[in-house]
Design a protein around this ligand. Structure first.
Ligand code: KG4
Ligand code: ZN
Length: 334
């Protein structure tokens, strides 16, 4: 089954053609990062405008690269939730128009479900049930993937997502948006024991996480040092920050694995590109006999191939929308 998939939930306009949920024939990603960098973060209004401007060309390119004709497309998949509402609306409305003109069904797809499905592309043998650590700019969850469209959240952040903490702490350190990748690069050169940062626990919930206290600790440390005229070593602070995030994730993920007995762990979302988190999970999973699945870097960030992968399973479950489909800013993955 040939699915044309559309992703416009944040600052990447992406269109892909995916066959049977696993074979990626094309996956075009037009990123807007350079423009948002000028403002230190994603400006929703600009994101919507850029999606409008580029979606048609990106779609044409996806069709061309896939070497397929539009008449062979059997369904249009689109991220309809969660995300920036104006950005989502561009994808949803484009999908509706295309589906109507081709007379094919629309498959509404949840962005976080799609991030999880990136693993099916990279590891075609991976099948639910398994445990998944979702770490993105807007979400941080430990999720039981019971089936392709059935999920149970076991642990979540109570405040900031990991990617958000990276970006905000990184901005205070003077890195450009998106600062996560800059912290990651510098962390590899620094001393992770140089700064002591908090590893907050959530009262009454051993699997939940909190990252806003850690972010604030970085902000306060920089502020206090500046006031005293002491220079902060950005490289060491990056290494200390990354090591703290790794410790928090390690503690929660392996507690959940022990409690639930899963022997397969997948990772999903933009932050799964992080070298420190990848190395920590590889080592810990190896030590404990847990099979680890992490998408290659090209499927970690936002892309439409993962939407096509998830949409295949949504379609099989009968999840089809009509032309009343709307975008929704926030919807739980369950
Ligand atoms: O999944 P994603 O592309 O968008 C959302 O669905 O939110 O994730 C984007 C997030 C940003 O916060 C970005 O800073 C972070 O992923 N990110 C990283 C790295 N690469 C991207 N964070 C830490 N280390 C990285 N190497
Ligand atoms: Zn995402």
């Amino acid at each position: 089954m040939y699915i044309l998939a559309i992703e416009t939930s944040c600052d990447e306009t992406s269109v892909a053609v995916v066959k049977d949920g696993v074979e990626v024939l094309s996956n075009i990603v037009a990123t807007q990062i350079e423009e948002h960098r000028l403002y230190g973060g994603v400006v929703p209004e600009i994101a919507s405008r850029r999606h409008c401007e580029s979606i048609e060309a990106v779609t044409r390119e996806a069709i061309e690269v896939a070497k397929i004709s539009l008449s062979e497309i059997e369904a249009i998949a689109v991220t309809h939730t969660p995300g920036l509402i104006g950005a989502l609306l561009v994808g949803v409305n484009f999908a509706k128009g295309l589906a109507m003109s081709l007379d094919v069904p629309i498959i509404p797809t949840h962005h976080i479900r799609s991030h999880i499905a990136a693993n099916y592309i990279a590891y075609p043998d991976l099948k639910p049930p398994f445990l998944c650590l979702v770490i993105s700019g807007g979400h941080t969850n430990i999720i039981e993937v019971l089936d392709y469209t059935e999920y149970k959240i076991i642990g979540s952040t109570r405040d900031d997502a990991v990617g958000e903490a990276y970006d905000k702490a990184g901005r205070a350190m003077g890195y450009q948006y998106p600062a996560g990748v800059e912290i990651d690069k510098n962390a590899q050169l620094g001393d992770k024991t140089a700064y002591k940062l908090p590893r907050p626990k959530v009262d009454g919930s051993e699997f939940d996480m909190s990252f806003s206290g850690l972010k604030t600790a970085v902000l306060n440390l920089i502020h206090n040092s500046t006031q005293k005229g002491v220079e902060v070593n950005k490289t060491d602070l990056s290494a200390s920050f990354q090591a703290t995030i790794c410790d928090i994730l390690k503690d929660r993920v392996f507690k959940v694995l022990e409690k639930t007995g899963y022997t397969k762990l997948a990772v999903a979302g933009g932050v799964s590109a992080n070298s420190g988190i990848r190395a920590m999970l590889e080592q810990e999973c190896d030590n404990r006999g847990v099979q680890l699945f992490i998408p290659p870097l090209c499927y970690c960030g936002d892309n439409a191939a993962m939407v096509g992968a998830q949409a295949y399973h949504e379609f099989k479950q009968g999840n089809i929308a009509d032309l009343t489909l709307n975008a929704v800013a926030s919807t739980p993955v369950e």
